[in-house]
Design a protein around this ligand. Structure first.
Ligand SMILES: Nc1ncnc2c1ncn2[C@@H]1O[C@H](COP(=O)(O)OP(=O)(O)OP(=O)(O)O)[C@@H](O)[C@H]1O
Ligand SMILES: [Mg+2]
Length: 266
């Protein structure tokens, strides 16, 4: 994998693992993890008259530890891009290297293992289990995947600012709090990459800023974070801004001085 974007990352020892700001000063970044390199990636749905080229020859490099925002019109291929990077979907053609591993052409079982070991997903609608508490919604991932440590779950909830809500059910939490549970859940396996598809799409501005702030914090902990959004204002917090149009990368902009989450509006 190439060097980090803007040289802003990798200021600590590289021994740090999960989340936590332990030992870092504000603004200081942990050793970068993850990263992705896509070469000639295509994703085609259907065949013949109904063929759709959701991704139509994508070349893209996301540095380990970078914070990328993906913009583009509805139907341009943003979600498909996120899903092939995260191994939710297999590309039709091309090479996809994530966290230093080639994942194109792998079997579904192999991809499941890759996701479990390297990727956390956050979606627009938080997809929490309504009959489980915040703590249990995170613990279940540790149980299902066999990765991570259930004893760390309270720390994960504290990391996203929910230490005092661990025993609440989703219906007893605000939208932003539910999304933070979803982020804690995505962190349960200590992923190298955190991929978020419209994570603020169902939230008001204040709550959305809190969620973006939480994602920035996880980026400072060294993770590669990719946020898909319709909202161009979110781009200012990213170090890398990718615009997708008609299944192609139209532009990749590097932002030398990303703004804080408070700068975002909608
Ligand atoms: N499972 C599928 N079967 C067939 N076509 C699909 C499938 N998933 C996506 N597509 C098509 O691929 C194209 C890209 O879809 P994608 O969901 O990636 O867009 P998007 O940029 O995320 O859009 P939005 O902003 O509305 O979420 C669209 O034309 C869509 O209809
Ligand atoms: Mg989408």
């Amino acid at each position: 994998m190439g060097t980090t974007v803007n040289g802003r990352h990798g200021s600590t020892t590289g021994k740090e693992t999960a989340g936590g700001g332990a030992g870092r000063r504000p603004g200081e970044h942990a050793a970068p993890r993850g990263g992705a390199r896509l070469t000639g990636v295509r994703k085609t749905y259907g065949a013949g008259d109904t063929e759709v080229h959701a991704l139509d020859g994508v070349d893209l490099e996301l540095a380990p530890g970078s914070f990328t925002v993906v913009l583009g019109p509805s139907g341009s291929g943003k979600t498909t891009l996120l899903n092939v990077i995260g191994g939710i979907e297999q590309a039709t053609a091309g090479s996809i290297e994530v966290a230093g591993q080639e994942i194109s052409g792998r079997s579904p079982v192999d991809l499941a293992g890759f996701r479990r070991d390297h990727v956390g997903f956050v979606f627009q609608f938080f997809n929490l289990v309504p009959t489980l508490t915040a703590r249990e919604n995170v613990e279940i991932i540790v149980e299902l995947t066999g990765v991570g440590d259930a004893r760390r779950v309270p720390d994960l909830l504290a990391e996203v600012g929910l230490a005092d809500r661990a025993d609440h059910f989703p219906a007893q939490l605000s939208g932003g709090q539910q999304q933070r549970v979803a982020i804690a859940r995505a962190l349960a396996t200590d992923p190298d990459l955190l991929l978020a598809d419209e994570p603020t799409g169902a939230l008001d501005l204040t709550t959305g800023r809190q969620i973006l702030g939480a994602l920035l914090e996880l980026h400072r902990a060294g993770r590669t974070v990719v946020v898909v959004t319709h909202n161009a204002s979110v781009a200012q917090i990213a170090d890398t801004v990718v615009t997708v149009v008609d299944g192609k990368v139209q532009s990749v902009e590097r932002n030398a001085e990303p703004a804080a989450a408070e700068a975002v509006s909608w």
